[in-house]
Ligand binder design. Sequence first.
Ligand code: IMP
Ligand code: MG
Length: 175
Amino acid sequence: MAVGPVLFSADDVARRVGELASAVRRDFDGRPLTILAILHGSVVFLADLLTHLGSAVNVELIEASSYGDGTESSGRVVLNGCARLGLAGRDVLIVDDIVDTGRTLAAVRRAVEAAGPRSIRSCVLLDKPSRRQVDVALDYCGFVVGNVFVVGYGLDHAGRYRDLPYIARLDEPGG
Ligand code: IMP
Ligand code: MG
């Protein structure tokens, strides 16, 4: 696997993250908000969102895994950290890097519902609608991508490429 063409430059991403944060600020209008970020892919997106959101924001983290080292999901989502989520009565914004089959976001949403929040919204940087297997509501979405595997800006392949400041397609070597 090799890093292919850049789909969204660092400038594109920065501009879009600013727009998403503005939409969130406008909708929450100063009301306290709890962001529940899904590890690990969302860390860079989370950090940049936070810098735009101001002080009325709590952060909670949950770990979700379904990918092995390949580019195909195993189909089973394992969540870690649900037990300690302090979400009762809160307005919760679930933040993730990308929605592919939708299984991860659906599983996290169920965990959030079980924690008794006041409201639930979701915010993802990237959406791959062509791969959807489970219907999930997206309230804020940065970019739509086709059926490609992408890396950079926190998104990895087998633990690599999270550090790239842009989002690029991952290509088969020689392909
Ligand atoms: P889903 O459960 O199939 O929607 O997969 C969502 C999770 O898989 C995301 O949180 C990502 O961590 C990972 N994922 C899906 N597509 C990609 C991709 O193109 N690049 C990197 N990670 C991805
Ligand atoms: Mg993820």
